[in-house]
Design a protein around this ligand. Structure first.
Ligand SMILES: Cc1cc2nc3c(=O)[nH]c(=O)nc-3n(C[C@H](O)[C@H](O)[C@H](O)COP(=O)(O)OP(=O)(O)OC[C@H]3O[C@@H](n4cnc5c(N)ncnc54)[C@H](O)[C@@H]3O)c2cc1C
Length: 406
């Protein structure tokens, strides 16, 4: 499948040569970029090996439509400079579907949920304060320790969302509105994840969100010539040097090796150092041009409950994105021609409470979105990993006990 992926010119050693580098970053998604930016800012030498830049921030061949990460919010401090925001995403543009019923966010149907909506809104504001306070430190401490340092976050992390929804009497609000919105956000039912992820993924209800175009030039500024366009096939981890072998037959040697690939790939490369990881969520999508059936027309987005596991979004160029678990494209489209059909396997890691050890061995580092998904959180995790590379003597379990929300 073709995408508008960046290709980089660089010196290509022959298969028999072995380049030596202080640090190699494997992967050019937001985690790898976060790591690279911090190393660049500290004038530390590194090489990035990646088949493309962006990873799960992926754009259609014509550059108009995002197939992976879809929105950024005004709370994205680190990643907003790496994108050009386009349109504000309004939930009020959406049409919600539940069995035969169709309704809008602002509708009589919402009236009966107003008290629950006010409760949920208030919980979101409270959670956001703690979440953003945590993110102030996320470039320097692990998520495991930051969550443990804040009882509000720890409780949300430990609590199944099902209990939260019941305790706050939000069942009906979730059934009609929040469940479809969250399926569109993380492709699963809120009842299958923790309160933490339900609240984090619901923040766009109170923080403006925007569609965007990824700015690859801004993302790679100052280190384009240190990017090798290749994939890592296998690594040999050593006490002093690590060796990296690529699919193009190149071989590199480094002291510090940063894995910034999705955790399922990282585990494959890590071999015996593989980490226990959370369960992934798979989703598939079509990018099509065509005509929706009449009951789905007239809205920017069609939201469906997690039972139907579908989201359909009309894009600025008139094309449609259709995300699904069970392919029912003919149910929604009267006619269509497929531009792309692909899968994210997995899209996100949401099931479970595992945290990845960012430094599983001396001079071996992991940057990823595993502990906390999203572009911003992946980038922050990359920055955290860079801090470990820069200060290997510092313990990641530094004192976080003074982190507090006013
Ligand atoms: C469908 C979908 C929708 C999403 N929506 C949003 C959203 O709206 N907003 C938001 O903030 N987040 C969203 N996310 C989440 C967000 O995209 C991710 O959390 C984040 O981009 C992950 O970044 P990463 O660098 O950790 O991993 P990735 O982006 O997966 O990057 C991994 C990198 O490693 C490279 N790589 C893989 N294998 C190798 C190898 N063997 N050798 C070398 N390189 C390799 C890849 O090419 C890639 O460059 C969404 C994700 C998906 C899938």
């Amino acid at each position: 499948m073709t995408t508008n992926r960046i290709r980089f010119a660089f010196s290509q050693p022959t298969a028999t040569q072995q380049e030596t580098h202080e640090t190699i970053i494997i992967g050019g998604g937001m985690s790898g970029l976060g790591c690279a930016h911090r190393l660049r800012d500290h004038a530390q030498p590194f090489l990035m090996i990646t088949p493309e830049i962006g990873g799960r921030v992926r754009t259609s061949p014509d550059g108009n439509v995002n197939y992976g990460a879809y929105y950024v919010t005004d709370d994205y401090q680190w990643t907003l400079p790496l994108v050009k925001t386009i349109d504000r995403v309004h939930i009020t543009d959406g049409l919600f579907h539940q069995q035969d019923a169709r309704y809008r966010f602002r509708s009589l149907r919402m009236l009966k949920h107003l008290p629950a909506m006010i409760r949920f809104n208030s919980d979101l504001h409270h959670f956001r304060q703690h979440f953003n306070a945590m993110n102030e430190f996320a470039g320097d401490f692990s998520r495991r320790h930051l969550i443990a340092a804040d009882p509000v976050l720890q409780q949300a992390f430990d609590q199944p969302a099902e209990d939260y929804i019941r305790q706050r009497r939000l069942e009906c609000l979730f059934a009609d509105f929040i469940d479809p919105l969250l399926w569109a956000s993380f492709f699963d039912s809120p009842y299958n994840v923790s309160t933490f992820f339900v609240l984090a993924a619901s923040l766009p209800l109170i923080v403006p969100m925007h569609t965007f175009v990824f700015d690859t030039d801004a993302a790679t500024k100052g280190f384009r010539d240190r990017i090798v366009s290749d994939s890592v096939q296998h690594v040999e981890l050593g006490e002093k040097w690590h060796r990296v072998h690529t699919t193009a037959g190149r071989m590199f040697r480094c002291r510090n090796l940063v894995f910034a690939t999705p955790m399922n790939h990282t585990n494959r490369l890590l071999g015996p150092l593989a980490q226990p990881i959370r369960g992934g969520i798979d989703v598939s999508f079509y990018h099509v041009r065509g005509q929706l059936r009449p009951r789905y027309r007239g809205a920017m987005r069609n939201f469906f409950t997690s039972d139907e596991a579908t989201i359909i979004s009309r894009e600025r160029d008139g094309s449609y994105l259709y995300y699904y678990v069970n392919d029912q494209i003919d149910k929604y489209f009267e006619s269509y021609s497929v531009i792309t059909n692909d899968h994210w396997k997995p899209a996100l890691f949401f099931h479970g409470k595992e945290f990845v050890n960012s430094q599983p061995a001396p001079n071996v580092f992991i940057a990823s979105d595993h502990d906390m998904p999203s572009m911003e959180n992946a980038f922050l995790n990359g920055r955290y990993t860079a801090s470990l590379v820069l200060r290997p003597a510092r313990k990641s379990s530094g004192n976080t006990s003074r982190i507090a929300v006013a």
